[in-house]
Design a protein around this ligand. Structure first.
Ligand code: MN
Length: 440
């Protein structure tokens, strides 16, 4: 688990970037999904990153304009025996101070009354509009009251701005401790993939494989899957976010598995592997697999500090398109196919995303006209694929596709850490070479 000192260091860093602006970062709330049944609680990652506090209905207030000992305020659910019988343990106000380092703690019910006073003297306010609708009216009210007051007191009107650019820039570069946690999540995820491949037999259902993977996640003490596990046999693999997982896994088809666990402290793995259900590739499956694997390796090999997500995508895309032209599934010059986008019926997504407390982690890919350059400590996925189905019409000028290719959907996804000189593939325990995943 992340050390409480690390959370404190993050808050110091956040304070230093806020200047004399206050910030309000709300926790997640419980969500019901049917009747009054609640989803398992999932803390908001921004709130978690700064507080390490895992209860719903809390709000963190950061007040750099206040004296030492009054800067970090937590509003939390108070200890209440009756409520805790139903909903479980609460740290309460004392716990928020003793275990989570708050300077001052209040009951969440006090937030509407106290907010206005706490903001007095702040130059501006960092709060993300549109995402925390239960808190937003209270904040707009406090801002409006400050405006009314400013006419009499001569204060300048408080500016509202989003905390995300500051906070997400911090979250984008992982600390050493975080990198260890991500490695742990990715290792468990990779082992689950190996377990699934070792147990899979033709005739099993996608759901049985999902169960094997998710049981392993839970056995390892994680929260379970980080996102809806995808176990997609045959043509189901061409549905990018397929999660119904109710079909039979048929001999002769491939299975695509996209699954990763989420640790107790929310760090995630995100791995995809595709392999033949009966242990042997058909000629067509093998040809496509070789292209995706080559594209993925090329993309990973292109990673050095200074490379960009866009650059990684381009190196994968070039290999994919070249391969598809060689197989006559695309025709024309590689450069013009890429420029016109006439490969998109076969490859319709980007080649990766940041990975961290969120599976699709926060952080800009582009700042103004400049793509963000990779730096040591960033973690991203590299996940090219090819999906051959009838779902997207073949673009004008491109060849129709023969039946023997249809229903092949392949993606290979690894989690990669940017190191000082290059990269480290964190998910290599999940095998991907043809001779490693074929039965001899
Ligand atoms: Mn992914």
């Amino acid at each position: 688990m992340i050390n409480s000192q690390t959370f404190s260091n993050r808050r110091d860093l956040f304070f230093s970037k806020l200047g004399r602006n206050a910030a309000i970062i709300p926790a997640a709330t419980l969500m019901t999904h049917h009747s009054d049944c609640e989803h398992a609680f999932r803390q908001h990652s921004d709130f978690w990153y700064l507080t390490g506090f895992d209860e719903p209905n809390a709000i963190a207030l950061f007040l750099p304009h206040k004296p030492i000992g009054e800067k970090y305020i937590l509003f939390v659910l108070p200890k209440e025996k009756e409520a805790e019988v139903w909903q479980g343990f609460r740290y309460g106000l004392e716990g928020a101070i003793e275990s989570f380092g708050a300077d001052i703690a209040h009951s969440i019910e006090e937030f509407p009354n106290l907010l206005g006073n706490y903001l007095i003297g702040a130059e501006g306010l960092a709060f993300r509009l549109g995402k925390h609708l239960h808190v937003e009216p209270l904040i707009l009210k406090a801002l409006s009251e400050q405006l009314d007051r400013s006419q009499r007191t001569g204060e300048t009107a408080m500016q509202l701005f989003p905390p995300c650019p500051i906070l997400h820039q911090l979250r984008l570069k992982k600390e050493n401790e975080e990198i260890q946690r991500i490695k742990e999540a990715v290792t468990i995820s990779a082992k689950a993939h190996e377990l699934a491949r070792s147990m899979l037999k033709p005739g099993m259902s996608e759901r049985e494989i999902q169960a094997i993977i998710e049981k392993y996640f839970l056995d390892q003490g994680t929260r379970g899957p980080a996102y809806g596990s995808i176990v997609a046999g045959g043509d189901n693999a061409c549905v990018l976010h397929y999660t119904s997982n109710q079909s039979e896994l048929n001999s002769g088809d491939l299975v695509l598995i996209d699954a990763g666990c989420s640790l107790i402290d929310y760090y995630n793995g995100d791995i995809t592997r595709t392999f033949p259900i009966n242990g042997k590739f058909t000629e067509q499956q093998k040809a496509i697999y070789e292209i995706v694997l080559a594209a993925q390796k090329e993309a990973i090999n292109s990673i050095v500090p200074g490379q960009t997500a866009e650059g990684i995508h381009s190196s994968a895309l070039k290999v994919l398109v070249e391969g598809l032209v060689d197989l006559r599934l695309l025709k024309g010059k590689v450069d013009s196919i890429i420029e016109e986008g006439s490969y998109r019926h076969l490859y319709m997504h980007r080649t990766g995303h940041w990975l961290g407390l969120d599976v699709h982690d926060v952080g800009a890919y582009r700042l103004g006209e400049y793509p963000v350059k990779l730096e040591q400590g960033m973690v991203l996925t590299v996940e090219p694929g090819i999906y051959i189905s009838d779902r997207i019409p073949v673009p004008k000028g491109q060849p129709d596709i023969d039946l023997e290719w249809k229903g092949i959907g392949i993606r290979i996804e690894d989690d990669v850490l940017i190191s000082d000189k290059g990269y480290e593939v964190l998910s290599s325990l999940a095998l991907k070479e043809i001779d490693e995943i074929q039965c001899s």
